[in-house]
Design a protein. Structure first.
Length: 402
């Protein structure tokens, strides 16, 4: 019995009348075996022509293109994560001819399997601006990332020409799912950094193309940075970054302590016609842990609690840092609040120690954003900037805005 006949018998032995989704799943589990449109059509009870047309209409690509995508995607993972010889890689993904495999691989990715193995782990895509900040700290520019002049102005200004593929600002959400997927897959990354786990359907779709999803979750920025560094084999650079940040923190804490003494700080957020005691992960880490600024207990952890002017007067802080949402209703309330008697009676207001801080970087949680918060706090409270920004990446130092 020939290999093809054996493959056909195996296909015939499976449950017939499969749906298109079931055939697609079958292909994903058996991509290394020989299979043809005729074989697969028999699983559905359709003619090969009708099956091929239905498959392309349902998924946007042909049966054979999907099979090639599966094989090349798995080959990428083997090239990244194993020391197999090239002919072994070819055989494991369904190609008996190493040179034919090499031609198919190069056609799909634009580089040979050998070149891909040499440069593997260098192409990374992200779905959040925070992960841009973590990658840049490791000296890596993502090949695809959400860039927007409004929501990520820092990265948009300094790195928009270095990041080749700009995906939607909110990543692969349901509203823009197909467009975002196409953009991410077209960038041909080896890894996709995500803040939270995608559902199995989304993760499987990336895995089909050999893209490994790396989830960050709600961990400390140091742990996120170490997780990415481990994936990209940049542990030494990661530890150097963290050590350098800690050294800058010690210097900044001493300098700020001389400037502010025992002054009581609070951070506030204004949205709509409401004032909130506010402390996100970045504010908590930088202001109230790393710099050890004096504050109330509520702000030493994550906090977003409404507060009245009467309650604010009872605290009566020496210094206030204020985040103001940019919508029209909030701006109107903020303008009226500045003339309110109780607001003007606060020590921080009377002494000119109220600072409005921008959402960027204070709403972002990443290595770069944390470092920028440290710099901005030092500049705000002492008039001295402890370190230059932005970071240098691959020998490229971006100019500061005029």
């Amino acid at each position: 019995m020939t290999k093809k006949e054996h493959s056909q018998n195996e296909v015939h032995s499976t449950t017939t009348r499969m749906s298109l989704d079931e055939v697609r799943a079958y292909m994903a589990g058996h991509f290394a075996k020989a299979m043809s449109i005729h074989d697969l059509a028999q699983l559905t009870g359709l003619s090969p022509n009708y099956f091929g047309e239905a498959f392309k209409k349902a998924y946007g690509h042909s049966v054979m293109d999907f099979l090639t995508e599966l094989r090349i995607g798995h080959a990428k993972k083997l090239l990244r994560n194993s020391d197999l010889y090239m002919h072994e890689v070819a055989r494991k993904v369904g190609y008996t001819d190493e040179f034919y495999f090499s031609r198919k691989f190069k056609k799909a990715l634009g580089i040979s399997p050998t070149a891909y193995r040499r440069d593997a782990r260098k192409r990374v895509a992200v779905t959040s601006s925070a992960d841009i900040g973590n990658l840049l700290a490791l000296g890596v520019v993502p090949v695809a990332a959400p860039l927007d002049p409004k929501w990520s102005p820092y990265y948009h200004y300094y790195y928009q020409d270095l990041i080749k593929v700009h995906i939607g600002s909110s990543g692969p959400d349901m509203d823009r799912e197909e467009e975002s997927f196409r953009q991410l897959i077209a960038a041909k990354p080896d890894f996709l950094i995500v803040q939270n786990d995608h559902d199995d359907r989304i993760r499987d779709r990336f895995m089909t193309s050999g893209i490994e999803c790396v989830s960050m979750g709600a961990t400390k920025w140091q742990e996120q940075l170490r997780r990415i560094a481990e994936v990209l084999d940049k542990q030494e650079l990661c530890e150097h970054w963290i050590d350098a940040y800690e050294s800058r923190t010690v210097q900044a804490r001493e300098s700020i302590s001389h400037a502010v003494g025992d002054d009581l700080f609070i951070t506030l957020r204004i949205t709509g016609e409401q004032i909130f005691l506010y402390s996100n992960r970045g504010i908590r880490d930088v202001l109230y842990r790393d710099l050890a600024l004096q504050t109330i207990p509520e702000l030493t952890k994550q906090c977003n609690e409404p507060i009245t002017l009467e309650q604010l007067l009872c605290i009566n802080p020496d210094r206030m840092l204020l985040l103001i949402c940019p919508d029209a209703d909030t701006r109107k309330f903020w303008l009226s609040l500045q003339y309110h008697t109780q607001w003007r009676g606060l020590n921080a207001i009377k002494n000119g120690q109220m600072h409005v801080i921008p959402s960027n970087p204070w709403f972002e949680y990443s290595a770069i954003a944390i470092n920028r918060m440290l710099e901005e706090t030092s500049l705000m409270l002492t008039g001295k900037n402890p370190a230059p920004s932005p970071v240098s990446v691959h020998g490229v130092t971006r100019g500061m805005p005029l």
